[in-house]
Design a protein around this ligand. Structure first.
Ligand code: PMP
Length: 460
């Protein structure tokens, strides 16, 4: 049993001494001390000081079902007793992988009926990168290698996935991107839309895909990958004109469309998949996070029948992970999907609580610091600005005010994340209307405190 009762200071010192945190300035954290989370239930976290914190990020956008569901624990324990591990290489299979692949084929839209299992979102995108190149080679077009993606998109942290992503800070460390990846601009109207209307801007950004394909040569382009709604980039909801135009262009040039549904999958946008919310028909979907509600790691690449048939007719795809289709992860995913469906969690979030959240979230736009308030289903963002009319940026470096606001939220026992000067939420889908009221009240209080603080510090 792990000792949950050591004093906070001792845990923080041990953490600083031995634990390397992802995406964290180690020295700064060591000085401050990490907040230690010890347990959780529903949408509430408890820390080592006994504070109760409303988790408006569902962990890392993943705990769709909420914390503390014993059914998932029992499913894992049963599977561990029966068959804790077996691989799906060398002509073997097992029941959890078979049943989960079948279930995902039922849930996923259209012809997305075939599943390659991975361990996470990042390695699912690495699978996709290799898979689309292998697919085109199998079709006799091996020169179709380039995958186009977007600046400020996020597809993971491995060499392949971070190259597909458009985070310049990540590329700068370690010589990324790898060859044959190209990027176009993102559809972020608030920051980059200038004098255009959102719809004009959406079309302009989508048409960059066409220009990029023409520049590279369509016979060299394998696929376009994008998140239906950018998550880590700041919950950027694209203008309505954007996705139909992207779909038209991918069809015109016959290039594959990969929807990275790692965040948007499993109810996050109000439907089972973000592709449904955005009315797109991808050839491949990347899944992770909500597939198990984060209780255990699992990723999946769900591909169309046409891709599946092409790959089956070709030489073996020389690719796979030890944990591809891990039986315990698959058993937990099956139980998670059963509960999400049978308890109507996805449906209720889409029809009742997300519309309620939308109304409350958009009411924050009357705050002096808040520019646009965007939300789709259960993922939302607000842009902080010193001037709403001109959509101005703060004079202080990007992220300064966002960080202050994040710190105020944390002090007020609300987990809300900042991306630059955007504040973002993605709560568990089970959040109740009362809890939404608490979320909004704490967000507003934190915005008020941020406003006072930046005025006092001359940042406004
Ligand atoms: N794709 C998207 C859209 C993501 O948001 C993330 C993680 N935030 C990933 C891929 C990578 O997933 P993982 O962290 O599980 O590797």
């Amino acid at each position: 049993m792990i000792d949950n009762h050591l004093p906070t200071g001792e845990l923080q010192a041990l953490d600083a001494a031995h634990h390397m945190h992802p995406f964290t300035e180690g020295a700064a954290l060591a000085k401050k001390g990490a907040r230690i989370i010890t347990s959780a239930k529903g949408v509430w976290l408890t820390d080592s000081e006994g504070e109760e914190i409303l988790d408006a990020m569902a962990g890392l956008w993943c705990v769709n079902i909420g914390y503390g569901r014993d059914e998932l624990v029992d499913a894992a324990a049963r599977q561990m007793k029966q068959l804790p591990f077996y691989n799906t290489f060398f002509q073997t299979s097992h029941v959890p992988a078979i049943m989960l692949a079948k279930r995902l084929a039922e849930l996923a839209p259209g012809a997305l009926n075939h599943v390659f299992f991975n361990g996470s979102g990042s390695d699912s995108n690495d699978t996709n990168l290799r898979l689309v190149r292998h697919y085109w080679a199998a079709k006799g077009q091996p020169e179709r290698k380039v995958v186009i993606s977007r600046w400020n998109g996020y597809h993971g942290s491995t060499m392949g996935a971070a190259s597909l992503g458009g985070m310049k800070g990540m590329h700068a460390q370690g010589g990324l991107p790898i060859p044959d990846i190209a990027h176009i601009d993102q559809p972020d109207w608030w920051s980059e839309g200038g004098d255009m209307t959102p719809d004009e801007f959406g079309l302009e950004r989508a048409r960059q895909l066409e220009s990029k394909i023409e520049e590279i040569g369509a016979d060299k382009v394998a696929a376009f990958i994008a998140e239906p709604v950018q998550g880590a980039g700041g919950v950027i909801v694209p203008p309505e004109s954007y996705w139909p135009e992207i779909q038209r262009i991918t069809q015109k040039y016959g290039i594959l469309l990969i929807a990275d549904e790692v965040i948007t999958g499993f109810g996050r946008t109000g439907n089972w998949f973000g592709s449904q919310t955005m009315s797109i028909t991808p050839d491949i979907m990347t899944c992770a996070k909500g597939i198990t509600s984060g209780y255990i790691p699992l990723g999946a690449s769900i591909v169309s029948t046409e891709i599946f048939d092409t790959l089956n007719a070709a030489e073996e795809f020389a690719h796979g992970y030890t944990y591809s289709g891990h039986p315990v992860a698959c058993a937990v995913a099956l139980e998670n999907l059963r509960i999400l469906e049978e308890e109507g969690i996805v449906e209720r979030a889409g029809k009742e609580t997300a519309p309620y959240l939308k109304e409350k979230w958009q009411s924050l736009a009357d705050h002096p610091l808040v520019g646009e308030a965007k939300i789709v289903g259960m993922m939302g963002s607000i842009a902080l600005t010193p001037n709403k009319a001109t959509r101005a940026k703060f004079a202080a470096p990007a992220g300064t005010v966002g960080y202050i606001c994040r710190e105020r939220c944390f002090a007020n026992n609300l987990v809300m994340r900042h991306v630059g000067d955007r504040m973002i939420i993605s709560p568990p889908l089970v959040i109740s209307k009362d809890e939404i009221d608490t979320l909004i009240a704490r967000a507003r209080l934190s915005l008020d405190e941020t406003y006072e603080k930046i005025k006092a510090e001359g940042l406004y």
